[in-house]
Design a protein around this ligand. Sequence first.
Ligand SMILES: Nc1ncnc2c1ncn2[C@@H]1O[C@H](COP(=O)(O)OP(=O)(O)OP(=O)(O)O)[C@@H](O)[C@H]1O
Ligand SMILES: [Mg+2]
Length: 335
Amino acid sequence: MINATTNERLLDVKDLTIEIDTRRGPAVVVDGIDLYVNKGETLGVVGESGCGKSLTMLSLMRLLPNKIKVTKGSATFDGRDLRKMSNRDLRKVRGGDVGFVFQDPMTSLNPVMRIGDQICEPLIYHRKMSKADARARAVELLRLVGIPGPEERLMAYPHELSGGMRQRVMIAIGLACNPKLLIADEPTTALDVTIQAQIVDLVKDLRAKLGMSVVWITHDLALIAGLVDRVAVLYAGTVVEDAPVDELYARPSHPYTRGLLSSIPKLSDAPASRLSSIGGTPPEPGRRPKGCPFAPRCPLAEAICHERVPRLEPVSGNSAHRAACFVVQRMQEAA
Ligand SMILES: Nc1ncnc2c1ncn2[C@@H]1O[C@H](COP(=O)(O)OP(=O)(O)OP(=O)(O)O)[C@@H](O)[C@H]1O
Ligand SMILES: [Mg+2]
């Protein structure tokens, strides 16, 4: 079944800026992120390690670690301003209308609490279910995410499960309250490829059944190709390009996206051909270059790129496909 997407915004994040307190003073780690998710849509968020994927999503749910804070920007969910919400109201959204699958199941699951109790907790808190109903729903959820023998598994502790099973439990917790939005942060890292593919299929299936929107965070562009409707590419705490997934693969515009895509091996590649990679490393927090953060690594950078920060602008007049790059913008004006 094809998921029905709409143009109605479910999540809308504008100019989100996050700073870390360091010994050398505040350092910007997320610098004016713009992204949105429409109702029923699946957005892939991709980018190298450390580019701010997790902090961006954690900040929306007010789950940032100590010494890290949002300093600017707006975020609305289902028409409500997340930044202005009281802690009490936000707790109702978190785990209720927004399900979160954290990046690391071993540290996010409570090691001394049985799996069943961890799944029942949001159901009792958010959906006011009785213990017996929550338990029945927990069994149903474990079955849904493909865990065999769910009744017995409810009694297990996290360390008694394999990595793949723990990740499925995290997904079950994220889905517990039938969220409008599921935020899955690298839900398949550290799993072998067959299990990764199973989890992708599982989320696709559930999305179609439940009609939810999904944000799927990953650094693996190839994995999400068949799953997402749109992709936002992050680099050093900013969105450098976003587009419908087919458009992004067919016409990547930003030099960073082009570099990312050309480092994915293709079946048509000669067996011994070398994979291309992007030279250099992303800037460290607090050491952002002036101008475009990608300019020091960019093969196309011009003088302006080292001076000014480019904004997301439509590519070829298509407002669904945007790129933040002076060179792309100049070449279009010239065409
Ligand atoms: N608790 C923390 N204390 C200090 N710095 C942090 C902390 N958490 C994240 N950072 C820094 O903030 C930046 C963004 O981190 P974030 O975890 O959002 O990256 P990410 O894109 O999710 O990376 P990954 O793909 O590795 O999960 C990184 O430079 C990271 O070093
Ligand atoms: Mg992360």
